[in-house]
Design a protein around this ligand. Structure first.
Ligand code: AMP
Length: 193
């Protein structure tokens, strides 16, 4: 794959459990490749803080660690990818999280003629994930919500690993260790692919 820095077309998904480091690594990718991070979690938290109609609808599911409905998040993604800064690429962080969302993304990107280049799977053990989330202290990081979010991830999101493997898009990266080390692994995986 050709990743021209400065004149980049980086169109990727970061796939991983909550707490796997998607957000942290996305920000580093933004700095390196100059394409925007598109995080449905951030967009939803913003909507909740602003108390928009969409935010009010999403809040209960977020507090419970459930997925917000597909039509809400797919609508948000459609709007976000329509912004001019996403024309040269994007780092999708926390989306898609279900088969239905992945299918909707395929349709959306083929319409925009901007197909995905890679899906980076950040691999982190469950035990490590629970420890990280327990120490993170975000509003939706209490123990019961964490347990539920992990179960939801395993049921609904993890099958996407196979989905993207089948499409030949998946690259797996060990998400454990030093943040910069993990970032170097991601870059190597993208450059090699
Ligand atoms: P995150 O910041 O990605 O961990 O997301 C926080 C919460 O926002 C999740 O636990 C879900 O309730 C909701 N959320 C974020 N992204 C999605 C998505 N793609 N589909 C459904 N719900 C989402």
């Amino acid at each position: 794959m050709h990743l021209y820095r400065g004149d980049v077309m980086l169109k990727i998904v970061l796939l991983g459990a909550p707490g796997s480091g998607k957000g942290t690594q996305s920000l580093k990718l933004v700095a390196e490749y100059g394409v925007p991070q598109v995080s449905t979690g951030d967009l939803l938290r913003h909507a909740v803080a602003e108390q928009t109609e969409l935010g009010l609808k999403a809040k209960a599911a977020m507090d419970a660690g459930e997925l917000v409905s597909d039509d809400i998040v797919v609508g948000m993604i459609r709007e976000r990818l329509d912004q001019p800064d996403a024309e040269n690429g994007f780092i999708l962080d926390g989306f898609p999280r279900s088969q239905a969302q992945a299918a909707a993304l395929d349709v959306l990107l083929s319409r925009l003629d901007r197909p995905l280049q890679r899906v980076v799977h950040l691999e982190v053990d469950n035990e490590e994930i629970v420890q990280r989330l327990m120490s993170r202290g975000r509003a939706d990081d209490n123990e019961e919500t964490i347990r539920n979010r992990l179960a939801v991830f395993q049921e609904q999101t993890e099958p996407l690993v196979q989905y993207y493997k089948d499409q030949g898009l998946l690259v797996a990266v060990k998400g454990v260790g030093d943040v910069d080390e993990i970032f170097a692994r991601i870059k190597a995986a993208l450059d090699a692919a």
